[in-house]
Design a protein around this ligand. Structure first.
Ligand SMILES: [Zn+2]
Ligand SMILES: [Zn+2]
Length: 284
């Protein structure tokens, strides 16, 4: 072992001296368990959470501590003043942060209901928060069950204009993708030129007709934003429901049925709302 230390640059004389010292200790003594001497403070610990009143509290305790020492039986325990120590108190951060509520049954954090930002897209800021949707006309609250984000798919959603009018829609894709389309339609909306307002004026191809029917559903929403001078950024939204589908069921049909229900529940059909069509065929 000495060679190892020599290689590291220790002085040979010092190493030899320490070797002699260690060898002089009897083996038995080295194997004995050493009793660690703990110096117990005669002072009693006084532990509390630190806050604005801590100093006052300390002064009061110290002021009357002497009274305890006068007790004939236990007074000797309270001769020395207590040892004050503090736990960290709550700061603003602790008060602002909310821990997820825990469900005792499965120990999974219980998530709240409503639509929550994904924090990774441009639609997050437009989310209408809360566990309910406010009826656009009556102001009554309809509760929403489920946890949704911008990435949730197979949903029925509600769009609201700052004026309060609502549009109910459905999508099998993520709500985020659908919102991009809605916003693009609103941005690109132009009032139809005279002569093009009806389908029959020109010889329209069937493809064009199909396209018109497809976009017709959204045009009322876009037209409303356009004529009222509202900007796309003012569009607010929330998910109303995620449609679950059993195996073998048609998800598109299920979505349309639930969309119908919500259009009826929120009375979002024109002219009270921004939904143009109200098709019950999905129930047939
Ligand atoms: Zn988002
Ligand atoms: Zn409006």
């Amino acid at each position: 072992m000495i060679e190892k230390f020599l290689a590291k640059g220790y002085e040979e004389g010092t190493l030899e001296k320490h070797r002699q010292e260690v060898r002089a200790i009897p083996r038995q003594q080295l194997l004995e368990k050493k009793m660690v001497e703990t110096r117990k403070s005669p002072r009693i610990p006084f532990i509390s959470t630190f806050d604005v009143n801590s100093k006052r509290c300390r002064m009061i305790v110290l002021k009357y501590w002497g009274l305890l020492g006068t007790d004939p039986r236990y007074g000797k325990l309270f001769q020395a003043p207590p040892l004050f120590s503090y736990r960290r108190g709550k700061n603003v951060g602790d008060l602002v942060k909310t821990k997820p509520k825990c469900n005792l049954n499965n120990q999974q954090p219980m998530r709240s209901h409503g639509t929550f930002p994904c924090r990774n897209c441009g639609h997050c800021s437009g989310i209408i928060p809360g566990e309910y949707v406010t009826h656009p006309l009556q102001g009554s609250k309809h509760s929403i069950k489920g946890f949704f984000t911008c990435d949730t798919s197979n949903v029925i959603y509600c769009l609201k204009c700052p004026c309060g009018l609502a549009y109910v829609g459905q999508t099998s894709r993520s709500i985020k993708t659908r919102l991009y389309e809605h916003k693009s339609t609103i941005r690109n909306y132009q009032l139809p030129a005279v002569g093009q307002t009806t389908l029959g004026t020109q010889a329209t191809t069937t493809d064009k007709e199909k396209e018109l029917v497809k976009t017709k559903r959204e045009t009322l929403l876009a037209k409303h934003f356009f004529t009222h001078g509202q900007r796309v950024a003012q569009l607010r939204w929330q998910v109303l429901e995620k449609v679950m589908c059993k195996q073998g069921q048609d998800i598109k049909r299920a979505l349309l049925q639930r969309e119908c229900y919500w259009i009826w529940a929120l009375q979002s059909r024109a002219p009270k709302g921004l939904n143009e069509e109200y098709n019950m065929s999905c129930y047939l």
